[in-house]
Design a protein. Structure first.
Length: 240
């Protein structure tokens, strides 16, 4: 999917329906790096489903492709998510990548099935960014969906736009999970950089037609420090 910042459009499809209201505080982003070929991942996938129901968390699944050699090609995986995970490993000073790994707020990581560690990391991220969170909002204006980032402490950062599939169930026919039907939540299908951010207010307009055409039912925006750093702000909305 390609979206053009500041573009205009005509003859649009019906606009996506925005979820009413916005959360009082920015959600903490939890990214789960998972794989259909990993037998240790299903408990973490189930936990992410629990996290996705919380208002204070934006839970995302990013399936990686490096377990495909075990005999089952992950139907949702992307090399881009493998690269993102490796970039996190470098930024966080980790020796290796692994699954299931949750990266919380771009700042901390934990084994995705270890709930206590993940909960502690979520709370730590809330406290760390309490004074630095940058509010992000979505607005529907005529034929456009507008993403706005408020002003904040200057830091080289990138505004990302994400489309995700809220639910997907896969019958695994080979590999470590052979014979299982596994369900995934908030599966990232595209992640596009919209603009750089330097602390000033920022407004990006996206043609609603492009969003409707994706066929996916969830979208989100992330403001992340460059160098695979902290996620300073996040927001989401749903499409019908």
């Amino acid at each position: 999917m390609k979206l053009l910042a500041g573009s205009t459009a005509a003859a649009l499809l019906p606009l996506p329906r925005l979820a009413a209201g916005a959360p009082a505080a920015a959600p903490v982003v939890v990214e789960l790096f998972t794989s259909q070929g990993c037998s240790s991942c299903p408990p973490a996938d189930a936990y992410l489903r629990e996290l996705s129901k919380r208002d204070d968390v934006l839970a995302l699944s990013l399936p990686v492709d490096y377990w495909d050699y075990l005999g089952w090609k992950d139907t949702f995986a992307s090399p881009a998510y493998t690269r993102r995970q490796k970039a996190y490993a470098e930024a966080l000073g980790l020796r290796n990548v692994y699954t299931p790994q949750m990266v919380i707020g771009g700042m901390k990581d934990a084994v995705g099935s270890q709930k206590r560690a993940v909960e502690a990391a979520i709370q730590a991220c809330k406290e760390s960014l309490a004074a630095e969170t940058v509010p992000l909002t979505f607005k529907k204006e005529n034929s456009m969906i507008c993403v706005e980032a408020a002003a904040g402490n200057p830091a080289p950062a990138t505004l990302w736009f994400i489309t995700y599939q809220k639910k997907g169930t896969v019958e695994i026919k080979r590999g470590e999970n052979k014979g299982r039907d596994l369900t995934y939540t908030n599966i990232v299908r595209d992640m596009t950089p919209l603009s750089s951010w330097n602390g000033s207010t920022l407004r990006i307009e996206l043609p609603a037609k492009s969003l409707a055409a994706t066929g996916y039912d969830g979208c989100a925006a992330l403001l992340q420090e460059d160098g695979q750093g902290r996620i300073l702000g996040a927001a989401k909305f749903e499409m019908s």
